[in-house]
Design a protein around this ligand. Structure first.
Ligand SMILES: [Zn+2]
Length: 68
């Protein structure tokens, strides 16, 4: 019997997770929502690039707080 200690990491990209209730990181959660809506990957990349450009430490973007 093997006991695997599951680190809290994104199921999709392996990024560390801050929220123990989530299985995906914020970016992958957004992409999952966008994929469900049929938003093309190029548009998703553009939105994420826009968010990153506006991101400042302590800034709130939707449900996300940009860590300082
Ligand atoms: Zn991820």
């Amino acid at each position: 019997m093997t006991i695997v200690t599951r680190l809290r990491a994104c199921d999709n990209c392996g990024a560390p997770l801050e929220d123990p209730d989530e299985i995906l990181c914020p970016e992958c959660r957004l992409r999952a929502i966008w994929n469900a809506k049929g938003i093309p990957k190029e548009q998703q990349d553009a939105i994420l690039a826009d968010i990153e450009a506006k991101a400042r430490p302590g800034a709130k973007i939707g449900p996300f707080t940009i860590p300082g």
